[in-house]
Design a protein around this ligand. Sequence first.
Ligand code: GLC
Ligand code: GLC
Length: 811
Amino acid sequence: MKYGYFDDVNREYVIQTPKTPYPWINYLGSDNFFGLISNTAGGYCFYKDARLRRLTRYRYNNIPLDNGGRYFYIRDKDGYYSPAWMPVKEDLDSYTCRHGMGYTKITGVKNHLETETLYMVPLGDPIEIHRVKVRNKGNVPKEIIIFSFIEFCLWNAYDDMTNYQRTYSIGAVEVDNGTIYHKTDYRERRNHYAFYGVNHQINGFDTDREAFLGPFNGLHEPEAVLAGKSNNTIVSGWNPIASHSIEIKLLPGEEKELIFILGYVENPVEEKWQEKGVINKKRAKKLLEKYSTGDTVHRAFLELKEHWHQLLTKFTVKSHDEKLDRMVNIWNPYQCMTTFNMSRSASYFETGIGRGMGFRDSNQDLLGFVHQIPEKARERILDIAATQFEDGSAYHQYQPLTKKGNHEIGSGFNDDPLWLILAVTAYIKETGDFDILDVQVPYNCDPNNMGSLLEHMEKSFHYTLNNLGPHGLPLIGRADWNDCLNLNCFSVNPDESFQTCENQKGKTAESVFIAGMFVYIGKELAGLYKRLGKEDLAQSVLLEVEKMHNNVETHGYDQEWFLRAYDFYGDKVGSVENEEGKIFIEPQGFCVMAGIGIDNGKAQRALDAVDRYLNTPYGLVLQQPAYSEYKLNLGEISSYPPGYKENAGIFCHNNPWIMIAETLLGRGDKAFEYYRKIAPAYLEEISEIHRLEPYVYAQMIAGKDAPRHGEAKNSWLTGTAAWNYEAITKWILGIRPDYDGLTIDPCIPKDWDNIAIKRVYRDAEYHITIRNPEGVSKGVKKIIIDGQEQDSNFIRLLDNAAVHNVEVIMG
Ligand code: GLC
Ligand code: GLC
């Protein structure tokens, strides 16, 4: 069942009912100011940091689930309702929500009144615009009152939810000329305030939540709205809100536009006050003035559209499959940008007060956005590398505001360091910026202890080598990519976290997954050395890579597939010998991607086993059989009920590794089958099962052991976005940037033909057409560039700023 449709021309998903199976959200903002907004206008906004600078309040897991946002109420002679349906939930005569690139437009019609609200954050200013257009579509005049409503968060979202002995006494506002200023804590150390204003005369306002709602009423029945009149309250302590009321008369056919601005201002300390106790509002007034006309707002909207147009036209495809095109051209790169902005901090599943930036997550996310925002990718790489220690290990997370490593979680996740190499090589292949390798980067954020970025990468590589176990395979440490495979943890205390609890100091638990990563990423490092002319170093890296390759073949393969690990006791994990957890997806993906077993049939047998044991109608599950009970020697993975999360859920992040592995075997039909199974646009028709947004990936879909098989959780902030983008653009469509050009090596379903791709690469634009007259999956027979036939499928860098036509004939 569908709840909407894709409007690809406008790059929007159009939702046709407020009653989606779960709130379907979008993100506003591209720089410092961000908002989350659901299809019924729920959500919140913040400046830079979702924990420390939260502007509006949001109660996670509320009743009903999504309750709280930027709400409007319309009161007419028959009663009142919300034009975005929530919070009043009064039936509308018609409803549409358009989630676009960085904006959301919700239109509700009732009693011949159409209310269209555009929510957006303009480029360059720390504000949310709520532009409300009301149109009288009937044939009699209308008199209505519009009430706005937002609830302020007292900045620190964690304190705001926990520290009521303090927060109930500090709330403070000022009201000036119809604008409500939120200034809690401004009297002491804060130099920032928020404001909510409108470009129209108001008839009244409220800033005291209890006065606006009444002591016993929910958001769906505010007393002020029932009475048709604001109370003009000035809050003192308790809960500050901002609500305006505006009376409007509309003749038949008439339209009026109101522009509400919700903004954030930081004042220099010396300009804090206008007079004692009165905040300096100069900056807010400037913003209110700037966006006071429909023209400016419209222009800002067009600029935002153009901004996204630029970002999304670096790689586009036109094929016979509109679902594929919309994933590649619009929604997948859009989601990759969201993971750049948010990492894992703020979504409808991540509360914005939990995790910092993950070392491994951020490096992997980079693969998905490096071609869109190379300068920001560069900065991100240097920030991440600065949280590495001198022995090559790394903080597992760092805080975005301070950019310092997070002590609480510390280090010891032994896959972390290697991801840095992958991110840096991907960045240089995209940009040609070899200079980044010479940048001096601190270890552990200590400016007195620096090394070049290249040295950081060398340390990453050697960290693995310096931490090998009895089979010559990498020690796993706390965990590898799978945060929940905790082989040294042995936790019996329900009150401690698997992520941070004291571990046994074992030197036996080894990860075949890290071994596969080491071979794959080691080859990347060797390739970089070669390109830098450092042959000796390249050879010494390759020697280690080969040793590891052999160790995996000898000790990491188990009859039909790659083992997952050796545990603390040296026993196999992910083996036919195990009763549960016999086969895991991660090593099958990464070992084959690394090229292990391709020449001797082991790779093919492993991927066939993946198909046999892990494949389901909704994607590939993480392992099988699911663990039916808690296992001390395995940790958190066995703490989840069968079929959820890492215990045999469809953990989408790793599915593309299998897609990529399949392309290395030339099996384009299989690769695409796996792609299609989890790509959201293909799941639109089963939204009642999948339940989350059909335009973005979710981290997890319940596996076959779960009662709710096929149901997704944790959409938006997941490494799935970057890896699926990687799989489809570089391996299935097969356009791969390299240091000195593009490799063209598609691996597609046999019945595909005539695919047109535009790729902006360095300074030039490549128009690539792929023909497949013989119906093959892989193999390029001929490439013609600008009319000239080439002798290989590698396109050497062509000179600047030109458009090149590339014809690719497969066969
Ligand atoms: C979460 C984490 C990621 C980890 C994955 C598998 O998505 O953010 O770092 O690799 O879970 O456990
Ligand atoms: C839990 C989750 C995992 C996540 C980790 C870190 O272990 O199962 O997916 O990566 O927490 O937050």
